[in-house]
Write a protein that binds this ligand. Structure first.
Ligand code: HEM
Ligand code: NAG
Ligand code: NAG
Length: 478
């Protein structure tokens, strides 16, 4: 087996742990029954499933990441793309319909609202952006977006992405094997820790924070059983350890400011948040903790998936190599020995296709949690106020009527063909492709995430030329 095989096993194991934990959680949770649907004459078709657990086990049954799963397939063929069910103890509308998904996301705060399970709020914090709604959400979101604005992306962030990618690559020895997933995690964690709190990779403080985050992460996807020994309990302890580290950083800065040593101020998220004088310390702590979380888990899994897909698709690897090679050569011809810059990045057309295809097929975030604020009608269907609503992006991304041969990794499908042939990029993409969600809660880090995936892809090659001109040789062993 190659690294990719191991990676897949690891991913499957993680998935299994998550699923088993959620199943236990669902068993133990108090069940809320569906409000009598009598008032609604046109609920989407579907069924309630077993008492207590509804259809949760079927919904969460493990399945290959590149499929939408048996449950989804069965229900869609029986009931259509919009159906009702009973999931996680609540009456739920499940949507595999691109139009309804878009409608839900775009009507955030008006007809629908973000509604994650309570355990998520308890672990990420009540000021985390994933659980906040209304003005407070807008406020926190503005702070995060401001920090990932395009000016920053084009200069600092691009440079840091390259710097941290090179840092990881340098740590590889000729002939060594590595776990792509772990390396990807290191890369995205280092990048976020630096960007958010100016923590340097390799330093003891950074390394111990990284270890805490691993424990923390396991708890986020586990059953919220709060007694000694459980993953959830450990994660809650990690949460307070992590908060202490962040708090120490804050105090350090405040002390320095009081000493009048303001000149050496770091240009990171923490500094800019501290200037927002009206945020409480508790709010700042939750914001930083959850940005570190949002910014490193999803993108590291995406990088690992890209490596996994590319391993099985040598033609795409060749094309990527050629594209990156051209950029290096053009730079050399111009006598430009600078680091990778925004113009270089914008020339990575095929790379962007690979990124989109990885996100489409990999579906790192398969669905999001919403609830209906009012009784809503959509295409003749009733969606009662208070019901859970789950827009399932994965089902849209793997819909054969939108993407031909949907389980095939085919980055070329994103190319704008100049000779006729319809490309998914033009017609369908804008409307059907939503790996980062949409509407007022569109992922704040989507551009950064794509950038993180771009220079990382050459990592799988046995012999790599980096746009910077840094030759890296990693001998792949099996
Ligand atoms: C490939 C990687 C990523 C994927 C697939 C992804 C996906 C998503 C999705 C689907 C949402 C919407 C959640 C919802 O509507 O309930 C979201 C929200 C968010 N993401 Fe990402 N994300 C990625 C990387 C990142 C990165 C690198 C950051 C950087 C800090 C980030 C920060 C955020 C934040 C702050 C939110 C909350 C936005 C809000 O509520 O207004 N994400 N992400
Ligand atoms: C902070 O100030 C902004 C505008 O200055 C306001 O919109 C926001 O609600 C305030 N936040 C808190 C937590 O008071
Ligand atoms: C990738 O998807 C985005 C939508 O998220 C789209 O705007 C972009 O054009 C796509 N890129 C390519 C190369 O098709």
């Amino acid at each position: 087996m190659t690294g990719a095989g191991e990676l897949l096993l690891l991913l499957l194991r993680l998935l299994l742990v998550a699923v088993v934990s959620v199943a236990i959680f669902v068993y133990l949770r108090r069940i809320r029954w569906a409000r009598s649907p009598r008032k609604f004459s046109n609920l989407p078709p579907g069924r309630r499933g077993c008492p207590f657990i509804g259809e949760s086990l079927g919904y969460l049954k493990p399945h290959p990441a590149i499929s939408m799963g048996e449950f989804m397939e069965d229900h869609i063929s029986r009931f259509g793309k919009i159906y009702r069910s009973n999931l996680f103890g609540e009456p739920t509308i499940v949507s595999a319909d691109a139009g309804l998904n878009r409608f839900i996301l775009q009507n955030e705060g008006r007809l629908f609202e973000c509604s994650y399970p309570r355990s998520i709020g308890e672990i990420l914090g009540k000021w985390s952006m994933l659980v906040l709604v209304g003005d407070m959400h807008k406020n926190m979101r503005a702070i995060s977006l401001n920090f990932m604005c395009s000016a920053r992306l084009q200069t600092q962030l691009l440079r840091e992405v390259e710097h941290h990618a090179v840092f990881i690559l340098r740590s590889w020895r000729e002939g060594s094997t590595f776990m792509a997933q772990d390396e990807a995690k290191k890369f995205t964690f280092n990048l976020m820790a630096k960007h958010i709190m100016s923590m340097e990779p390799g330093e003891p403080e950074t390394e111990s924070l990284k270890r805490e985050y691993i424990t923390f992460m396991k708890g986020v996807v586990s059953a919220p059983l709060n007694f000694p020994g459980t993953a959830y309990w450990k994660a809650k302890k990690s949460r307070s350890t992590i908060l202490k580290v962040i708090e120490r950083k804050i105090e350090e800065r405040l002390r320095r400011k009081a000493d009048g040593r303001d000149g050496s101020e770091e240009d990171d998220l923490l500094s800019s948040v501290l200037k927002q004088a009206n945020l409480s310390k508790e709010q700042i702590l939750d914001l930083i903790l959850s940005l570190l979380f949002a910014g490193h888990e999803t993108s590291s899994v995406s990088i690992a998936l890209a490596i996994y897909f590319l391993e099985a698709c040598p033609e795409a690897v060749e094309e990527l190599k050629a594209e990156h090679g051209r950029i290096v050569q053009n730079k050399a011809r111009r006598g430009d020995d600078s680091l990778l810059n925004w113009e270089d990045y914008k020339q990575m057309h095929f790379t962007q296709c690979v990124i989109n295809e990885t996100l489409r097929l990999g579906n790192v975030v398969r669905f999001v949690h919403r609830k209906a604020l009012h009784d809503v009608q959509y295409n003749g269907y009733d969606i009662p106020a208070g019901w859970k609503v789950l827009p399932v992006f994965a089902a849209v991304h793997l819909d054969p009527s939108l993407y031909g041969d949907p389980q095939q990794f085919n980055p070329w499908r994103w190319q704008r063909r100049n000779c006729g042939g319809a490309s998914v990029a033009t017609a369908a993409a804008g409307a059907n492709f939503m790996p980062f969600g949409g509407g007022p809660r569109l992922c704040a880090g989507s551009e950064l995430a794509k950038m993180e995936m771009a220079p990382d892809q050459p990592l799988v090659f046995p012999f790599v030329d980096f746009p910077k001109g840094l030759p890296i040789r990693v001998h792949r062993t099996t």
